[in-house]
Design a binder for this molecule. Structure first.
Ligand code: MN
Length: 454
């Protein structure tokens, strides 16, 4: 049992004891009798629900490169950072494959490796009658969200998107969307290539903020045609993009949700002006934006216009990033972040005067609700899984040397955080203690998800 901790959840902060039995929370209250259970003194700690990161890319195979964290190293890093559940965005399968093909592959990649609980989002790479029928079967397998891309080779066109949205509306599932205007980005990448402008900054200049805003706007209107299915925008990075979402809600559009990531809340486009080997570390899509965008996203968190903060964790070795030395287009896209999310967001949010319970809503409760994990995950309540994180008010400098993933750099080198994860409990078992991982490889389980409960 946890004694005398300050519990932080989406409703506020209160002092209580938590009794854990058989992996679940069995009682919450003051002065509880520990009975036979081991007592953990939490009196100098904040006790949070285990982190829920609904955007990771463990073991992502991009063809030429593979993300360097697999489901073991990546989930160990997640655990150190206070995350106890991930929902992974999976890689594409071979052309024309079924929705089940990559899911089955990912079950093999995660099983016996993951140290925390996990699920997957499905992914579209084409649409036909067979795929539409499979959407329903995926729900029966506990996969209640599927991602579509509006850019990259496996993007869907507007007609395909509408087919998917009508079916999603019928099934009540969530469609996660990577929203960027493909044609504009292709044109600009080719243009900068032709004139030999190939330094990292041209990665950002070839994906301007309007390419995100246009795609978000188009997607919202397509959703209106399909009578408002659940649409979830991953990694919203711009003020203009967020404004499209706010405007749509203001005119009565229902069922749209959005996510941003710590990198878009803390880092800016200036990184691409550093020397090339440094700038390449931050190649990711969407790219880093301006300080104006950063502050607009924080305002979105404060005002609850943004629902979720997830990471898009997708690390590569610096050596692999350096493939873009002469041409930014050759660098694999993605950065690590699964370990840094809680500490950085709590620190930076608190600096801006945002309530811890508001931040917890975006880090655990909302992602659990939107992706059908609630109330098993994301909340401290009787009957929920005993996934808990103890946080102390301790200053710490984030550096490559104190990271636990397989990557060889952190995007947050030198960041000082005011909150440090001191203990992590997964379904009643301590897995992080005294800055050591004491869990077991393969102890994470696949969680069958239900429908959205927002
Ligand atoms: Mn991603």
């Amino acid at each position: 049992m946890l004694k005398n901790g300050f519990i932080v959840d989406a409703g506020g902060i209160y002092k209580a004891d938590i009794l854990l039995e058989k992996g679940v929370i069995s009682r919450i209250g003051q002065g509880l009798d520990a009975q036979d259970s081991k007592v953990i003194d939490a009196s100098d700690s904040l006790v949070l629900p285990g982190g829920v990161d609904v955007h990771t890319h463990m073991d992502l195979d991009l063809g030429k490169y593979r993300a360097v964290d697999d489901f073991y190293t990546g989930t160990v890093a997640a655990a150190f950072g206070g995350t106890t559940t991930i929902v992974d965005h999976i890689a594409f399968g071979p052309p024309g494959c079924s929705l089940f093909y990559p899911i089955e592959q990912y079950h093999r990649l995660a099983k016996d490796k993951s140290v925390i609980d996990y699920s997957f989002h499905g992914v579209f790479q084409h649409v036909d009658q067979g795929i539409l029928e499979e959407m329903e079967k995926l729900v029966q397998e506990g996969i209640t969200s599927i991602k579509l891309y509006m850019t990259y080779n496996n993007r869907l066109n507007d007609k395909e998107i509408l087919q998917v949205l009508f079916k999603a509306k019928e099934l009540g599932i969530v469609i996660a969307v990577h929203a960027e205007n493909n044609g504009a980005i292709e044109y600009l990448r080719e243009y900068y290539g032709k004139i030999g402008s190939l330094e990292p900054i041209f990665h950002a200049l070839s994906r301007p903020d309007v390419t995100e805003a246009e795609a978000i706007n188009r997607m919202i209107y397509l959703g209106e045609i399909a009578h408002y299915p659940y649409i979830y925008f991953v990694h919203v990075s711009t003020k203009k993009g967020l404004e499209e979402i706010i405007r749509a809600r203001d005119r009565g559009v229902k069922n749209i949700y959005c996510e941003t990531c710590p990198q878009y809340l803390t880092l800016t486009v200036e990184k691409y002006h550093l020397e090339i080997s440094e700038g390449l570390k931050y190649i990711m899509a969407p790219p880093l934006r301006t300080m104006e965008d950063v502050e607009a996203l924080w305002a979105g968190i404060r005002n609850n216009d943004i629902d979720v903060i997830a990471t898009d964790h997708c690390p590569f070795f610096l050596k692999q990033k350096l493939a873009g030395r002469d041409d930014f287009r050759e660098a694999p896209g993605g950065i690590p972040g699964v370990e840094e999310r809680l500490e950085i967001v709590l620190t930076e949010g608190a600096k801006r005067g945002i309530d811890l319970s508001n931040l917890i809503a975006k880090l655990t409760v909302n992602p659990a609700k939107i992706f059908g994990l609630y109330p098993r995950k994301g909340v401290i309540q009787v009957g929920s899984d005993a996934d808990l994180v103890l946080i102390k008010k301790n200053k710490k400098i984030i550096t490559g040397k104190n990271r636990h993933g397989a990557g060889d750099y952190t995007a947050y080198e030198g960041f000082e955080v005011d909150f440090s994860v001191s203990m992590v409990i997964q379904r009643g078992k301590v897995i992080i203690e005294n800055n050591n991982f004491v869990g077991k490889k393969g102890n994470g389980i696949f969680i069958k998800r239900g429908k959205i409960t927002v």
